[in-house]
Design a protein around this ligand. Sequence first.
Ligand code: GLA
Length: 391
Amino acid sequence: MSRAPLAGQVADDFSRLTGRSPEGVWSAPGRVNLIGEHTDYNDGLCLPIGLPQRTYVAAARRPDRTLRVWSAQQAAAVEVALTDVRPGHPAGWAAYVAGVLWALEREGHDVPGLDVAVDSAVPVGAGLSSSAALECAVAAAVSDLAGLDLLGSDPGRVTLVRACVAAENTIAQAPTGGMDQSTAMLCRDRRALLLDCRSWETRLVPFDLAAQGCALVVTDTRASHELTDGQYGSRRDECLAALAELGLGSLRDVDVDDLDPALDKLSNDVLRRRVRHVVTEIDRVRAAASALESGDLSQLGRLFDASHASMRDDYEISCLELDLATDTARAVGALGARMTGGGFGGSSIAIVPVDAVEETTSAIAAAFAAADLTAPVSFVVEAGGPAHRES
Ligand code: GLA
């Protein structure tokens, strides 16, 4: 018997676990960022796509103020009174669910108790924003079930983005910057999302590599990646320290043409390298959007390579596995390759001619085996659509 698609599966799980039918199923995608890393919390630009892999939630209101959550990916169910949700509580994955309810309630919305079942095709810990996909699927469900009606317009969706970011920053205590939630709420099929993290304006950019005989290969390196372990936060702190020395409010205020005089003002080489990454990366995002708009994949590939070098050498967020996956892809003929997401593990991406996809993924697997590393998982993705109601 073939397995039901996850939307149907999670509805069945909900009925089995609660003894009643869900009021609906909602889903939201994971993401890969094409370029523009660690720019979101610097008021910069980034260029992500939504993934075809999505997280699904089946949900129904409860008559009391309790949240109960189950996940097909987690052993234990979590039950928490909405009045008890606070920074660090509940801990772990349920914080991403409870935090969204907490954040919407804090903004004055009347949020009901809920039963929620979760199932996901977004790999956890792969740097593909499984947490944002979960938050945004839950936010979509709450919007409908609490009658908030925020899914029907971009401004409404941005309100949900803010609630999801607050959930992640305050309740889950991950100091992330908003790109992931914006992508899950605002992305479109066959489009990349040019996101201005200062004004929160967006522009959709054509993204259809298959039309040009290429594919975007994602490699989950299986090197573990955590946004709450301090390394991500230390990069944010270094950017703040650089701003204090420069007397500026945001690194977005440093134009790439004025980079050298800005670097000369900084007291040490670590801060100089961090600032150089952020400022040049913002510039690469603009160039990458233009390259996509003019269909110049070779130029996009060169920008991928330059971005990876900047993250490896200046921002120092790459690792052995990410360097190996990207070097190997390039050696086999990728037009360009880079790590994607927060770094210190997670996934890489490469633009690969369609007829070289198999050779590329095999070469990456062979290189990992030769280096005695855990086997990576590679797959081709196209740009998928935003959070929505399934049924
Ligand atoms: C993680 C964070 C994002 C962003 C990226 C790096 O995915 O959640 O906010 O900072 O890292 O670009």
